[in-house]
Design a protein around this ligand. Structure first.
Ligand SMILES: *[C@@H]1O[C@H](CO)[C@@H](O)[C@H](O)[C@H]1NC(C)=O
Ligand SMILES: *[C@@H]1O[C@H](CO)[C@@H](O)[C@H](O)[C@H]1NC(C)=O
Length: 332
């Protein structure tokens, strides 16, 4: 076989590509998406994590983004873990209309408000703006993003009240608002949240009672710890609930725990430490397969039920009550 004749066509094809490296036909990337991304890069002052975002290259091959297999539109933009990145969320994110996932996470020098332009992203399923210095209120436009399954605004500096309208999001599975500076009460309507999502509101400055509407709700995880919530949460328990995790530690709840005699069988995590809960511990608690349990620093009294799982936990789970006694605490 003649080596030259077999190599020449390949060589020629290679030459064509070498001479015309920017053949747009060879790029999957949508040009509008590319322009929006390049503007985002400029707005963020060209952080090194966007070094692969070079105008001549196919944006579907860039770092931090993902293109849809068939439409080739940008469906995911994930910017995270960069202490050097300084600036605000560029409004041009609103020019990526096919985004299903938008994350700005672990960016301590990302500041400013959550931009209105995000409201244009009607396909968003996962929005995570977390562990940043974002401030200002929780915007009111989220109910327009009806495909959201995960809304994570945790570990920021968001202020003001929790918008009740969030509860209309029909597909939400998890709402993360923990570790902000949110004030006011938990909206009454939150117990009627469309799909009973997991709700994380811990470490804010929320006050008032947990709405009675939660009596009918059926979430799997609720973390309302580290607020100033008061009153009675007995109605969250019950044998027909699918609740697995309940954390109300670090509030000012006050109710008689003796009156709670039925628990969700699925409950594995119950942290009520540091409240003003009175009464005694039900023997039904001992029958649960609890992996985490803490009732320290309350006003509880009486014998810790034996014959079940409550002795799994060391004395720190029971310390600082009025008169709790029995293993792992001293005999009654
Ligand atoms: C709590 O309820 C139990 C049972 O109803 C009752 O015997 C007890 O006195 C109550 N304790 C307090 C502190 O109100
Ligand atoms: C219970 O909570 C207290 C206060 O946060 C903590 O110091 C202790 O270690 C916890 N104990 C268990 C067993 O979780």
């Amino acid at each position: 076989m003649n080596i030259e004749s077999s190599f020449c066509p390949i060589l020629c094809i290679c030459m064509i590509f070498l001479c015309l490296p920017n053949l747009s036909a060879s790029q999957r990337c949508n040009n509008n998406d590319k322009q929006a991304l390049l503007q985002i890069k400029t707005a963020l002052k060209n952080p090194t994590i966007t070094d692969s975002w070079v105008s001549d290259d196919d944006c579907c091959g860039w770092d931090l983004v993902e293109c849809d297999e068939t439409s080739n539109r940008i469906i995911s933009l994930i910017i995270q873990d960069d202490e050097a990145l300084t600036g605000q969320i560029p409004p041009q994110v609103g020019d990526l209309p096919y985004l299903q996932a938008l994350w700005f996470r672990k960016l301590p020098n990302l500041f400013g408000k959550i931009p209105e332009e995000i409201s244009a992203l009607k396909d968003l399923k996962s929005l995570r703006l977390s562990s940043t210095s974002l401030s200002g209120p929780v915007p009111l436009f989220f109910p327009q993003l009806t495909k959201l399954t995960c809304l994570d605004l945790s570990f920021n500096k968001l202020l003001g009240v929790i918008p009740p309208q969030l509860s209309t999001l029909p597909n939400l599975k998890a709402l993360h608002l923990e570790r902000n500076e949110l004030t006011g009460e938990i909206p009454d309507i939150f117990g009627n949240f469309a799909g009973s999502p997991d709700i994380y509101l811990s470490h804010n400055q929320l006050t008032g009672f947990v709405p009675k509407t939660f009596a009918r709700a059926d979430p799997i995880r609720l973390d309302f710890s580290g607020n100033r919530l008061e009153g009675d949460i007995s109605f969250l328990f019950g044998p027909k609930k699918r609740l697995e995790m309940l954390d109300f530690s670090g509030n000012v709840l006050s109710f008689n725990f003796s009156r709670v005699q039925e628990f969700p069988p699925s409950l594995t995590y119950l942290d009520l430490n540091h409240n003003q809960i009175s009464g005694s511990l039900s023997s039904e608690l001992a029958k649960l397969d609890l992996q985490t349990f803490n009732v320290s620093d309350n006003n509880l009294c009486g014998k810790i039920p034996t014959g079940g799982n409550l002795q799994r936990f060391d004395r720190t789970a029971y310390l600082h009550n009025s008169c709790l006694c029995g293993a792992p605490l001293p005999e009654c």
